[in-house]
Design a protein around this ligand. Structure first.
Ligand SMILES: [Zn+2]
Length: 309
């Protein structure tokens, strides 16, 4: 497969065009290599250059893609349920039951199912057409976060779990939520200042280029939120697996560099080590109270925005 064209990016946190190259990041689901840049103005880390938004679909359609969309190991799903229940409590205690909570990037619907069971008004948002949404009892809205974002989001709270690192312009998404009048944002992103990011170097699982485009630290997440009119009001960071999935990424990078031909089957360890496997779930459970792999923050609309988005 021929490489996609790539475009130079300005800093997705502050908009500066001055950045320095940090290291090369290979795609572990393909053969392309991308660059990691650091913004000189704000220290923000981002993929640069990167494929343009309209070229991204192919990077989600590798043989590892179906593995990611299928349900995980039951222990993985159970742990995710426990994590969601704990993570969402700072948001839920601030909103009345009738206040609509939008899960932006609803995926397989586990979060909105939980909210629905709790008697909460909720809205699922994803990129695919409504006919593909399975949970018909829960309202659905098709949204492309890289698109024009002209329709306002009819919600008082918004959940963005593992979403902002995937979009080309996270600041534009936050500005749209502010324009929509969303009072509370609950955000989960990988923590690029985790000590394991330094330990594993280019093999750290959560670089995941080019699907991940912006790599947040506690400081850069707070900065981009503040610049777009949101102040941080609560945090509940936790550890998720970085060992099994970084080992998986390292093996995948080596495997991709060998010539397997277009009909190659996935290797045996793809099942054992993939990010929804039992070993990854056990590792996540062990690290949950000890590490801060996932920045898990609640923001409240403050109205003070540095820029009109
Ligand atoms: Zn910057």
């Amino acid at each position: 497969m021929a490489p996609s064209p790539v475009v130079e990016r300005s800093c997705p946190i502050c908009g500066s065009r001055t950045c320095e190259h940090v290291m090369e990041l290979p795609d572990h689901q393909g053969t392309e290599v991308f660059g990691l840049s650091r913004c000189v103005a704000c220290d923000g880390l981002f993929l640069n250059p990167a494929p343009p938004a309209e070229a991204m679909a192919r990077y989600y359609e590798t043989f590892a893609g179906p593995t990611m969309h299928n349900p995980g190991h039951p222990v993985f799903d159970w742990l995710r349920g426990v994590a969601i229940r704990r993570e969402l409590s700072p948001l839920l205690k601030r909103l009345a039951d009738a206040a609509v909570i939008a899960d932006v990037g609803a995926g397989d619907g586990q979060v909105v199912s939980f909210l629905h069971q709790q008697g909460r008004a909720c809205l699922a948002c994803e990129t695919f057409p409504e006919v593909e949404w399975r949970l018909k009892e829960i309202p659905y809205c098709q949204i492309d976060l890289n698109g024009p974002l002209t329709t306002m989001l009819p919600a008082e709270g918004a959940i963005l779990r593992h979403v902002l690192e995937h979009v080309h312009e996270p600041a534009r998404v936050l500005a749209w939520l502010r324009r929509s009048g969303v009072r509370y944002l609950f955000v989960v992103v990988p923590n690029a200042s985790s000590p394991f990011a330094r330990l594993f170097g280019q093999y750290w699982a959560h670089w995941d280029p080019p699907r991940h485009l912006t790599f947040f630290t506690p400081e850069s997440l707070r900065l981009v939120a503040e610049r777009n009119g949101y102040r941080e009001v609560a945090m509940c960071d936790h550890g998720i697996d970085e060992f099994v999935t970084s080992l998986y990424r390292a093996r995948m990078i080596r495997w991709m560099r060998q010539d397997h031909g277009p009909s190659a089957r996935s290797p045996w360890w793809n099942v054992l080590l993939h990010p929804k496997s039992l070993p990854a779930a056990i590792s996540s459970a062990l690290w949950a109270p000890l590490a801060s792999t996932a920045l898990c923050r609640l923001f409240e609309l403050s109205g003070d925005a540095a820029f009109e988005g």
